[in-house]
Design a protein around this ligand. Sequence first.
Ligand SMILES: Cc1cc2nc3c(=O)[nH]c(=O)nc-3n(C[C@H](O)[C@H](O)[C@H](O)COP(=O)(O)OP(=O)(O)OC[C@H]3O[C@@H](n4cnc5c(N)ncnc54)[C@H](O)[C@@H]3O)c2cc1C
Length: 323
Amino acid sequence: MTDTNLSLMATLALKKLAANKEYRDLFLASDTLRDFLRPAALRYIISEDRGEMLDKLAALQGKGYRTGVEYVGEEATTVEEVSSATDEYLTLIDLMAQHSTLFEPPQLGFDLSNVGMIISRDLAIENCSRILKHAADKDVGVIISMERSQWTDSILDIFLELSGHYPNLGITLQAQLNRTPDDLDAVLKTGCKVRLVKGVYAEPAQISLPRGVVLNERYLGLLDRISGANIRYAFATQDPLLVSEIINSEIATGGELEMLHGVRPELIKGVKDQGLIKTRVSAVYGTNWYLHLLHRIAEFPENIFLALDDTAAKRQSASASKY
Ligand SMILES: Cc1cc2nc3c(=O)[nH]c(=O)nc-3n(C[C@H](O)[C@H](O)[C@H](O)COP(=O)(O)OP(=O)(O)OC[C@H]3O[C@@H](n4cnc5c(N)ncnc54)[C@H](O)[C@@H]3O)c2cc1C
């Protein structure tokens, strides 16, 4: 088997594991498993603690990065889970505003499935509106993540509904989905911020493109349309080749490179140090990080070696010091 086939096999296996609810529940129920995997997760999770997370974001801002933050969680299926996630975001907005060393409030990101979308459209709109209003009062930008394709219609529907009321709202679009070039027009008409990603979920071949040249071309074509629309936008990718192609072209001007905390810090630092393009480090905090860890390894299966090393050494990686 070639290295490429092995990597693909590992990626698909990790994405399958990530999609398996039984294993996700097992993780939540097992302190031992969490303790074992924690050193590997802390390479990507900025902190399990909210206060420490804010201090670390302030330090990143001090180095010249814009920042973003998301409370790591799962699809919430009960009203209690939904209320707890919504409260977390409302509290977080207050704490951002009160923090003494943050230069500007970090951009807040979340999944609509965390705030009620699985229970009902109305509940998601109600909670999302509360967060958006509170965020607007404190000058916080909000970006909605894009989830599995079964939810794309619902997420776009809720985003379009809220976009007219909250200019601080933004949306993530996945280049891998075949529908995205068609969805883009309606999204651009809102004037809201767009964050373009390739897409992290394993989707059926009938509705999506696999990783490769054709997907990269579609990504660049979408970014070209977005950058011409006179809106705020981010190209969120950790692909060194794509980053190099984008920052050496006009489609980067006016946009920002956004990368996840702990992933290739030297890549985003290089772009930041050039001083031509804005950069944003998007961090995730909290204790329910099993999915986030699996996704970061699935994107680049070689990361399994780093995870093994972190786990065996029982120490937090020093990757954050590379910013
Ligand atoms: C800020 C941000 C927000 C995101 N929000 C969403 C979202 O809402 N919905 C969604 O579906 N997806 C989201 N993603 C994930 C995204 O869809 C991709 O899965 C992820 O960015 C990997 O794709 P890629 O473009 O970086 O490159 P890929 O094509 O996956 O990989 C190309 C190369 O990039 C490098 N690379 C990629 N990932 C890593 C990694 N983890 N570690 C080391 N090297 C890596 C490797 O060299 C790899 O060979 C987000 C990503 C970012 C950065």
